[in-house]
Write a protein that binds this ligand. Structure first.
Ligand SMILES: Cc1cc2nc3c(=O)[nH]c(=O)nc-3n(C[C@H](O)[C@H](O)[C@H](O)COP(=O)(O)OP(=O)(O)OC[C@H]3O[C@@H](n4cnc5c(N)ncnc54)[C@H](O)[C@@H]3O)c2cc1C
Length: 293
């Protein structure tokens, strides 16, 4: 199927994009990489009268360090994250996760802002951003605000974005060099969206006890889920196999995964425990590498 007719706008800077959003409001849709939007238009799940293409807006592109944050412009493509030495060094969890996003062709076009705005619960970037307690910078003609992932992701494909707003940039906190990290997922085929995924960061003190634990699960709920009880339980413990195994299944009852043709809800819940255990073990191994006891 083809989409119904729409007017196409390609602003050259984001002030112009904001004017257009302000003018057309609910009748408009932003397009970044188009990797999710175009199929939605073709299936006529959304029928906007105006498409505002951000691809020419250079001030929405790029990766930089700002204090303790890695800041990624909304229009930055996945492939730039994948090839960035700064991301590899300062945001290794994101570096590990980005390769799981679709195929090379998708990563060549898809963008960080688009991935966050689309809010697929199985998408890798929302999961990593949630685990790291990142931030989303949103602009409209009136104001610029910064929100947390918990404020932003409301439900399946639903965010707090208003029709006149766009994602300017996404900010990922830099983890300390001593931290271990791991991203695990299972998908039916390489390049498919994950059935479930787990992101974990662990730091240990000089005695080998866990001093920090940051975790998120994707695909297991309508929005990325932080198992806060697990995080609290791990603090002060030595990260041996028994503790990590116990931690990984502690909050499975708080998950409410949807079932579909790829796997039942119960299977996804079970998989969440397995993947979280794997992520915790790998993150803990990496954290322990630098500790002499
Ligand atoms: C075959 C296939 C496999 C894929 N596999 C995966 C996968 O494994 N993991 C994964 O995470 N993704 C996957 N994707 C999706 C891909 O990552 C997309 O790039 C991403 O979801 C959307 O990014 P985009 O830049 O293409 O956004 P678009 O498709 O342009 O937009 C998506 C939505 O976000 C809105 N939007 C876009 N940019 C902004 C912005 N700056 N501010 C506000 N709203 C905005 C649009 O209006 C639209 O509603 C896959 C896609 C395909 C086609």
């Amino acid at each position: 199927m083809k989409p119904p007719k729409f007017s196409y706008h390609r602003p050259g800077n984001y002030a112009e994009a904001l004017d257009l959003l302000d003018q057309y409001g609910e009748d408009a849709k932003i397009m970044s990489g188009g990797q999710s939007l175009i199929p939605i238009l073709n299936m006529r799940l959304s029928t906007p009268k105006h498409i505002i293409d951000l691809s020419r807006i250079d001030d929405l592109k790029g990766i930089r360090q700002e204090g303790n944050m890695i800041v990624i412009g909304g229009m930055t493509r996945h492939v730039e994250v994948e090839n960035s030495d700064l991301i590899k060094k300062k945001c290794p969890l994101l570096f590990e996760a980005i390769r799981w996003v679709g195929h090379t062709q998708i990563r060549n076009r898809g963008t960080v802002g688009g991935s966050i705005a689309h809010a697929d619960p199985s998408a890798e970037l929302p999961c990593v951003l949630t685990a790291l307690r990142g931030e989303i910078v949103i602009v409209s003609k009136e104001e610029e605000i910064t929100v947390s992932p918990e404020e932003f992701f409301l439900s399946f494909l639903l965010t707090s974005l208003e029709p006149d707003q766009l994602i300017k940039e996404v900010r990922f906190p830099i983890i300390h060099e001593s931290c271990g990290y791991a991203f695990e997922e299972v998908a039916r085929r390489h390049g498919d969206f994950a059935l479930v995924e787990a992101a974990a960061v662990i730091d240990v003190d000089e005695t080998g006890r866990i001093s920090e634990a940051l975790i998120a699960l994707g695909g297991a709920n309508a929005v990325p889920f932080i198992p806060e009880e697990v995080e609290r339980f791990l603090i002060g413990k030595k990260p041996d196999e028994t503790i990590l195994k116990e931690a990984a299944v502690m909050q499975l009852d708080d998950l409410d995964p949807e079932g579909d043709i790829h796997g039942s809800g119960e299977y996804r819940r079970h998989l969440s425990g397995i993947l979280l255990e794997k992520a915790l073990c790998r993150a803990a191994d990496r954290a322990m590498e630098g500790v002499e006891i």
